[in-house]
Design a protein around this ligand. Structure first.
Ligand code: ZN
Length: 343
């Protein structure tokens, strides 16, 4: 009950990449870079274990960005042909590569990374991948013509990767789909179908993370225009509750999402964001416990997984470590109240 986890990404140490920045360039190269990424993953595996996080991740230390880290090893993408494109329904402009032919997985993308983490932790291990819709919203298309078709092609290669990660011993595969909050109709029309294609034949736990984005200025500005109640989830949760995905990750702490919307996920495990990633202020364990309690009228403790609202990449290492500690300690407070011995 109340198994803790995070949305996935954690800050890079200052010796590995520029800090407090998305898409930060690496500070190492060649064999040194590979070793550096592994060392950084080790740091975060241990920080998560120390904080009492039950389901740990590599902190996405092996990739510069959660979408392009996957795409870098896919055939059919032209990285010389960069296109300026409004992404997440034009919330921000990004320079993205272009799909110029059928996409194909040349070989393992994250296999070595998952194997490395699996060898260093006995905790449950989660691996995050970009979801098909979010991939299609972070790349330009000069080949498929229809976004739904391109998403299905990416879902097929994600499925190959997921099967490999499962065989390595990954316990939870999470797809990050921030685009689900921007294109709600597409979620119902083809977004969930693409996720189903990506998890075909897989028996480990599967999850989808849907958030209001990293705590960067563009997202803070966007949220200001969303009104006093954020009801995007209301449109997509019924479809997700009916889906074959096991877990849904949502934003809750300091959010204007009505708590009652969690009630739409009654057949799912719900990763409730109890850590705000848009502020460097570290929540106290008591504040985390209060947010967990506020979700309990809608999600029973057996299905409730305290989590972060989103990834913590843009925060400082110290802040992220502090937030991890509070996440673990806050969940422990509520477990104690519920009469459960520490896991
Ligand atoms: Zn997120």
């Amino acid at each position: 009950m109340l198994q803790t986890t995070t949305a996935g990404s954690l800050p890079k140490p200052s010796w590995l990449a520029e800090t407090e920045k998305l898409w930060a360039p690496w500070r190492l190269s060649g064999a040194e870079l590979i070793r550096g990424k592994q060392d950084a993953a080790l740091v975060w595996l241990k920080e998560q274990e120390k904080a009492g996080i039950d389901i740990v991740t590599d902190g996405e230390q092996f990739r510069r960005h959660f979408v392009h880290g996957f795409l870098e090893k896919i055939e059919g993408i032209d990285w010389q042909k960069m296109t300026e494109m409004g992404i997440r329904d034009n919330r921000y402009v990004a320079s993205v590569p272009t799909v110029t032919g059928p996409v194909k997985r040349k070989g393992s993308v994250h296999g070595d990374e998952a194997r490395f983490c699996r060898a260093y932790t006995t905790h449950q291990l989660k691996f995050t991948l970009p979801g098909p819709m979010t991939i299609c919203d972070t790349i330009a298309d000069a080949h498929y013509g229809k976004r739904a078709d391109m998403a299905m092609a990416f879902a097929e290669i994600l499925n190959e990767e997921v099967r490999e990660l499962e065989a390595i011993g990954v316990d939870v595969i999470q797809f990050d789909e921030p685009a689900f909050n921007a294109f709600m109709n597409d979620v119902k029309e083809w977004g969930v179908a693409a996720l189903h294609r990506a998890i075909e034949g897989v028996s480990c736990k599967t999850a989808v993370h849907i958030c209001y984005g990293y705590g960067i200025q563009e997202n803070i500005d966007w949220k200001k225009g969303l009104g006093s109640e954020w009801r995007q989830y209301e449109e997509i949760f019924p479809a997700l509750n009916a889906s074959r995905i096991d877990q849904v990750s949502l934003e809750c702490a300091n959010s204007k999402v009505p708590l009652s919307l969690m009630g739409l996920l009654k057949d799912k495990e719900v990763m409730v964001g109890v850590i705000d990633v848009a502020t460097s202020k570290i929540e106290t364990p008591e504040a985390v416990a209060a947010t967990i309690r506020s979700a309990m009228p809608y999600v029973d403790p057996e299905r409730l997984m305290p989590c972060t609202n989103c990834g913590m990449t843009p925060l400082s290492r110290q802040t992220a470590a502090g937030k991890l500690a509070s996440l673990g300690a806050g969940a422990a407070i509520v477990r104690k109240e519920l009469g459960q011995k520490p896991l």
